[in-house]
Design a protein. Sequence first.
Length: 193
Amino acid sequence: MLANILLLLINAAGGFLTLMLLARFYMQWQRISFRNQLGQFVVSTTDWIVRPLRRFVPGLFGLDMASLLPAWVVQILLVAFELGLRGAVFSGNTAAVIGGLGGVGLIELLRMMVYLLFAVVLGSAVLSWVAPHAPLAPLFNAIAAPFLRPFRRVVPTIANVDLSPLLLLLVLQIVLMLLAEARNGFAPLLFGG
């Protein structure tokens, strides 16, 4: 029971840090201003790790790798901690175990990206219905817009209701299912494959 509580606390802290790093990554990728309440919160919670890393980790094709890389490392550490706490024995080829941890960490990072996008799209849709002039509405819309754009080309509005968020959320659910399946593919590497 104590191990489960510890795991819950570590996962909550690691998940929060990963989501903040991913939010920073998305906002910089979309060139969204950090001069808003949420942007300032994201910067305040991630500056301690991103600023020092920028000296060593360059951007790649305009992507902020100094935000993405630590998010991946956090997920790798969370996977290793969880498996270690549950009594998993890493045996066999060390390179395979490290590759397996890196692969599972990458799958978990992608899963967190999908969850963040899911929350942003859902928040954007809800705000457009109930509070379109809310201070965070433009931020949510700016982050969600590039992902909704392909669906908006295909799905027409019906009676001034945009159904593209529903279709995107359905696709994101499918992506989550595929990621869960992909995670199982790394299990043999972790345990001596």
